[in-house]
Write a protein that binds this ligand. Structure first.
Ligand code: GLN
Length: 457
């Protein structure tokens, strides 16, 4: 399969006509998506947009960095004129009147928005099964969950239904489905990508990030969406990122942290794939160093407390007066559970008992990760500790939450992490997680790219 950058070049040179390219993908969506269920809505003006870009190319005008590539959008990011449902009955009929900042950036670079993608309801979930529009399939491991909550994004990129996708990651929702579907994803450092126009799950944790078939695609999309927006106050002072230029640099001599903690928490078959991946990095000339993460498993309960409180507060606007239905009356079980938990914890008499404690654990996790990262360039390990279950299989709440053990620490710490395919076990893809210091996206992607190149021979 050709890489994203090669495809982009071929489009720019006119070798792949934009309209034909989009038509082919729409054909594939038609054929595959009845089964896959990765899209909630296709963009009705997608071909018109493609024509516009094709004409621009024909006239020899300057074109953008994403010229003619199709991007699927998770249904919690506002796209003007499309249904931004959060895969919930609550917002079933909500058509967005505006473009989120990241969507404006995509359009400015001549990307084509192909449609709104399926997800866990309000991004609450790790399996893609809590959508009011039905679950998404895993195209790489049919019958299994694709992971979540950016289920539609990862599944559609894995199945070639679009070139790229925008997902969101609050506790692992980009990395988890990318790992299960065998594609590349990145959770950016908190405050690097504008959140304006994103419907919050947990506003102190949420980041929008890229999903792509390869590391170059993820780096390219990241370059376009990252950087300070003057209208947003909770952002880092980074104007723009340059990632592609040094993406193929040698990684020899870089130091890679590994932790025994990962092994304790992870299924041995997954660990086998990861250990092989670590050997690959050693062969590339990286130095492998043990780091200590003694409190890592405490992150999970702290995360669920914090996310429930923030989500409870974020959902108060869905009271039926402005955006359709009252959330508690129509939402699914997991969303309701979080609202009730968040309401309970928020009650004054419990202050100091749960939420404050969770914030203390958050500080502890952040310090621990930053300390470990100060000794190495990046930390690598598994992304998800368990293999994806069969679609429809009943799991307990804590079994479901335990998918998130290895991804939530990164969100609590506000740092960045990417996922790159590392191999398979029982025919199921397994992704290697590469964790970096704040704003070290370049290092993380460089390691991922070297690893990907080495694996593809
Ligand atoms: N699985 C986690 C949760 O259910 C993460 C979700 C996310 O990152 N949006 O909260």
């Amino acid at each position: 399969m050709e890489g994203t950058l090669e495809k982009l070049k071929a489009i720019k040179r006119g070798e792949i006509p934009v309209v034909e390219h989009v038509q082919q993908q729409l054909e594939r969506v038609k054929k595959r998506d009845r089964w896959l269920n990765a899209f909630i809505q296709l963009n009705p003006s997608v071909l018109r947009e493609a024509e516009g870009i094709q004409n621009k190319l024909k006239r020899g005008e300057k074109v953008g960095r994403l010229c003619g590539l199709t991007v699927g959008i998770k249904s919690n990011i506002n796209v003007r004129g499309l249904r931004v449902t959060c895969a919930s009955k609550t917002l079933e009929n909500y058509v967005s009147p505006f473009d989120a900042e990241v969507i404006k950036r995509l359009r400015a670079e001549d990307a084509i928005i192909i449609g709104m993608q399926n997800m866990d309801e309000f991004a609450c979930g790790s399996s893609g099964e809590t959508s009011a529009f039905g679950p998404t399939q895993n195209p790489k491991a049919p019958g299994r969950i694709p992971g979540g909550s950016s289920s539609g994004g990862a599944a559609s990129v894995a199945d070639g239904l679009c070139d790229l996708s925008l997902g969101t990651d609050t506790g692992g929702s980009i990395r988890n489905p990318c790992s299960h579907c065998g594609v590349v994803g990145l959770k950016p450092t908190y405050g690097l990508v504008p959140r304006q126009g994103l419907i919050d799950l947990g506003m102190s944790l949420d980041q929008i990030g890229p999903i792509a078939p390869d590391v170059e695609g993820a780096a390219l999309l990241m370059e376009v969406i990252a950087g300070r927006s003057p209208n947003e106050c909770v952002m880092l002072g980074v104007e723009r990122l340059e990632l592609l230029k040094q993406l193929n640099d040698d990684v020899k001599g870089m130091s890679i942290g590994i932790s025994r903690k990962f092994e304790e928490l992870t299924h041995p078959e997954i660990m086998q794939v990861i250990d092989k991946g670590i050997e690959t990095l050693r062969d590339l000339g990286c130095k492998i160093v043990e780091v200590e993460l003694p409190n890592l498993e405490k992150a999970l309960s702290a995360y669920y407390l914090i996310v429930s409180v923030e989500f409870f507060s974020a959902t108060r606007k869905f009271d039926g007066r402005r955006y359709g239905k009252r959330i508690e009356e129509v939402c699914g079980e997991e969303v309701l559970r979080r609202i009730l938990r968040g309401a309970y914890i928020s009650k004054k008499e419990y202050k100091g008992k749960y939420y404050q404690r969770a914030l203390q654990v958050r500080t502890l996790i952040r310090k621990e990760l930053i300390a470990a990262l100060s000794k190495v360039d990046v930390i690598v390990g598994p992304t998800v500790p368990k293999l994806p279950h069969n679609l429809g299989e009943k799991l307990t709440v804590s079994e479901m939450y335990s998918y998130d053990y290895l991804t939530v620490p990164v969100n609590l710490a506000g740092i960045c992490a990417g996922v790159v395919p590392a191999g398979e076990t029982q025919g199921i893809p397994v992704g290697l997680q590469v964790i970096g210091k704040p704003l070290s996206e370049q290092q993380v992607l460089k390691i991922m790219r070297a690893f990907e190149r080495c694996r593809s021979g």
